[in-house]
Write a protein that binds this ligand. Sequence first.
Ligand code: PMP
Ligand code: GLN
Length: 413
Amino acid sequence: LPKKFHGTEKNVWVEFSKLAVDHQALNLGQGFPDFQPPQFVLDALKNTVTNGNYQMNQYTRSYGHPRLVQALSKVYSPLMNRTIDPMSEILISVGAYGSLFSSLNGIISPGDEVIIIEPFFDCYDPMVKVAGGQSVFVPIRPTKAGVEGPTSSVDWKIDESELESKFNQKTKAIIINTPNNPLGKVFSREELEMISRLCIKYDVICISDEVYEWLVFGESKHIKIATLPGMWERTLTIGSAGKTFSATGWKLGWTIGPANLLLGAQCMHQNCNYNCPTILQEAVALAFEHELPKIDTPECYFKQLPLEIIPKRDMLISLFNEMGMWPVIPDGGYFLMADISGIDVDLSGENPEEARDVKFVKWMTKNKKLTAIPPSVFYSKEHQSVGENYVRFCFIKEDTTLNKAVDILRKWK
Ligand code: PMP
Ligand code: GLN
């Protein structure tokens, strides 16, 4: 195995999805809905397949199918407070994974440092490594850790001086993720302003992973860092059709940013993928076009989905409160972290080399037939101890699935 892959051999999704299948466990681990995407999304694909246009089945424009980039420009221009040029300021890739990959490879040169805010979606660090860069980690810290009772993702904060101490001459980029997976933290305007101040001061590019942008709850508001003063010209914003339309298997993602910052990503993409599936890009374009006329109304799918999943989140919150497995209440996304530090189970049969949360989830999968995700995988070795007191549960599931989880956990208690 080439050296650049050393340390990346294990993958949490590969490992825990298999574990769930092997033990026929209820899977609240990997983040995907266990229900159909909305009918208009399915119809969009059906219409694309049956419209008789042969071009739907052939190559399309490398950087993004014209109808899709045009639809994205219409959706995102008002949100970015500027007119986004569909042809030069948007790049379609294979899922947000592909967007992160092409974006990171497009800007990193060997020896560059990339600051990653923890907890982070696990692929960031391997991607930085493969691109020849070096990750530098800064944790969002739980200011109310150890509190007996539920806490909020708002209580998890970045220390400004700690963050600033990581910026230096070699820093090329910072990766942020809001709403955050796995925390459910929605970055506040003040937090984003603090990050932008540092990006501008040290001349650093911001990669903003916003795949859960539509999934914000209650009073929380998703703010795009690219809209803050001085940030458009240094930000690449990433979105995902899989998350937007509850169709994670469709694997289409996009990067939006200034043309000069996208050049490297385009080079990567045109030579590695050339284009993404035409038929899916057309269908996603139709799906956006379907929602565009009502985008500012409560009927829009982007407003309906969060309302649909709030009761699901709340179901898990009350269950974990009952169990003393104190939840960190998320303001966005579709995951919830529960504190397992007070839960006494016999983990002596598990591998002692592994973090407590990893052992806990393996034990729970085997003995309780319930799978989740151990959040320590979203941390560097150095800060793993912050994550290992928690377990992440995915709540974008049918109520019947969640009820089964409730049954399992109640009986256990
Ligand atoms: N970023 C985050 C924060 C994620 O949770 C995910 C998981 N879907 C991705 C990126 C990758 O998205 P996609 O499935 O569109 O590749
Ligand atoms: N983004 C999803 C999650 O966090 C899963 C990604 C994957 O399965 N590779 O659960």
